[in-house]
Ligand binder design. Structure first.
Ligand code: TPU
Ligand code: MG
Length: 563
């Protein structure tokens, strides 16, 4: 078979284990989509707009080795760039592919549609370079294989998005056939000497430690679930307490005895802030310190006794080891470490019992406490729970996850509206999991239309839409008239999206009894999504959000730097 540029690209994605690519059509990418469609193992999944398309690719990358989105020039790509920024911030390999002008037009002085209105079209490539780890332009077929492989390899190595633009008259031109995919996937190999030296330094640090504690951060999400299993083995081998940062909720199995809860400064699980503060050796794995994760810079504990293991480098005390990749380092370290459960036993002896939640009276107006009690009952070992930016983050930390349950959030980029399209992409990859979204009314208004794609593909996603009449998270940071929003009939929207053939369900719940019924209906409904709109009082929110909001507001409001 003779390969074309589009087929080469699609074959590479299929070789990587992708079965789907997300797309929005436009005249610069139509030929490309035709060529990519000839590769049978890679189905095209269409989205309502390019922002959502990018997020769908990002969600797919949370389940597979990579996600990919194909868009048209400028009008499409500019919208997708926001999702690309998100994938960069969240360390997810998303490949953005954009159709581009006919190669005869470069340097011709022609002014083309969908461009900025002058004849230099390189601006898009230049923009992409700022928000990806590799951005390439393919204007000649013979260069395509090399450039495509280079961009994909960079994305996988760096766990960051990459960008490829392809001239619209090049996508169907012949090129060479792809070789083994291992040339791309096997390109991240740690330096042996550094691995050994880092392991040695780590053992010395642990040897001197009485009270070690392991703290897992969001960066390990991007390293995949294989890494998560290896880190679990390390935690068990160490026998020390293990906490997860908010971004990493679910990345250590919570039923394991070593698991102590969430570490999030003042709003940590009971006893965990003190546990981390008093530790003489904090083993951070994939941790991210930002203003949100440190509660307005109040809990950034890192000193010379601590161990900092990140995806691409390790720092132990005052020594830096680059070329030490997490995936290689953890298996080297695990068999060498000695068990030290003393600190865990001390913690357990303090008996930080979880609060018991009483069942609300069935007809009483719904509260967030009752809502979360019922959501907890829905979480099984095959559940993936998406937590949208907003009060959902704070409630989400209190769920007890059975082993196998996963939580996804986007706390570094924090784009409201992310959850619906990202979950769409995730659910395309994982249709058999129990996929649940907790999303606020304000967030939902940004990307609501992508629910129709869940309907189109009969994906049984359960959307818990919290209608609290506004931007509560913003109210708690800094209030004003801008935090009020126009109400929608959210449940009613589903009928609009169903049109003549859809099988989505929209249900409203105002009290506990109604919610219970709605949840039963949603769990039984397998031919499409169910949106449950829950009515919550505008003043009812997580106490953690109130504490956190004040601290973040204080950090935002610091006086200007002098001089
Ligand atoms: O549960 P709740 O009310 O806190 O969540 P809801 O209703 O989804 O409100 C979220 C409010 C919010 C805004 C407006 N959170 N962050 N923002 C700022 C923001 C604006 N635009 C984008 C794209 N992302 C943002 N995070
Ligand atoms: Mg809200």
């Amino acid at each position: 078979m003779e390969y074309t540029v589009g087929q080469y690209l699609a074959t590479r994605l299929a070789q990587l284990g992708l079965n789907h690519v997300f797309a929005v059509a436009g005249d610069y990418n139509l030929t490309l989509l035709d060529e990519m469609a000839k590769v049978e193992d890679l189905e095209q999944v269409y989205c309502c707009n390019e922002l959502n398309c990018g997020f769908a690719g990002e969600g797919y990358a949370r389940s597979r080795v990579m996600g990919a989105a194909v868009v048209t020039f400028s009008v499409g790509a500019f919208s997708a760039f926001n999702a690309v920024g998100g994938a960069f911030a969240e360390n997810l390999p998303l490949l953005l592919v954009s159709g581009a002008p006919n190669n005869n037009d470069y340097g011709s002085g022609h002014i083309l549609h969908h461009t900025m209105g002058y004849s230099d079209y390189r601006y898009q490539l230049e923009m992409a370079k700022q928000i990806t780890c590799e951005a390439v332009s393919i204007a000649h077929a013979h260069e395509a294989p090399c450039l495509i492989d280079h961009a994909i390899r960079s994305a996988l190595r760096n766990r960051k998005p990459a960008y490829i633009e392809i001239s619209c008259n090049i996508a169907n031109q012949p090129c060479t056939e792809p070789g083994p995919i291992s040339s791309i996937t096997n390109s991240l190999i740690s330096d042996d000497e550094s691995l050994k030296a880092a392991a040695q330094a780590c053992l010395e640090a642990l040897e001197n430690a009485k009270n070690p504690v392991m703290i897992i951060g969001g960066k390990i999400r991007s390293a995949g679930c294989v890494i998560s299993k290896k880190i679990t083995q390390l935690g068990k081998q160490l026998g020390c307490p293990v906490a997860t940062m908010a971004q990493a909720k679910g990345l250590f199995p919570e039923e394991e005895p070593e698991y102590v809860g969430t570490y999030w400064g003042e709003i940590s699980s009971a006893g965990v802030e003190e546990l981390v503060r008093n530790s003489d050796c904090r083993i951070y794995i994939g941790a991210v310190f930002n203003d949100y994760s440190t509660v307005g810079w109040e809990c950034q504990l890192l000193d010379d006794h601590d161990i900092w293991i990140s995806t691409h480098h390790t720092r132990i005390g005052k020594k830096e080891f680059s070329g030490v990749y997490l995936k290689d380092f953890i298996p080297v370290l695990t068999p060498l470490v000695k068990k030290n459960s003393a600190y865990l036993e001390q913690f357990r002896a303090k008996n930080h019992a979880a609060k018991t939640v009483t069942v609300a009276e069935g007809q009483a107006p719904l509260t967030t406490v009752e809502l979360c009690r019922q959501i907890q009952g829905m979480i099984t070992g095959d559940t993936t729970l998406y937590l949208e930016t907003g009060d959902s983050w704070f409630h989400g930390m209190h769920f007890k996850l059975p082993n196998g349950a996963r939580v996804e959030s986007e706390m570094q980029w924090g784009h409201i509206g992310w959850s619906v399209p990202s979950m769409f992409g995730y659910a395309v990859s994982e249709p058999d999991r129990r996929n649940i979204i907790m999303v606020g009314d304000g967030s939902f208004q940004l990307t609501a239309q992508e629910v129709c794609q869940m309907i189109r593909r009969n994906l049984p996603v359960i959307i818990i839409l919290i209608n609290n009449a506004g931007y509560t998270i913003e109210v708690k940071i800094h209030d004003g008239p801008y935090n009020r929003i126009k109400n929608w009939d959210y449940a009613g929207l589903i009928d609009v999206f169903n049109a003549e053939d859809g099988k989505g369900l929209g249900i409203k719940a105002k009290n506990g009894a109604e919610l219970e019924k709605a949840v039963q209906t949603a769990l039984a409904h397998k031919d499409g999504p169910t949106l449950i709109e829950v009515e919550i009082d505008a003043q009812d929110c997580s106490p953690d959000l109130v504490v956190w909001g004040k601290k973040v507001a204080k950090a935002n409001g610091r006086a200007p730097r002098k001089g």
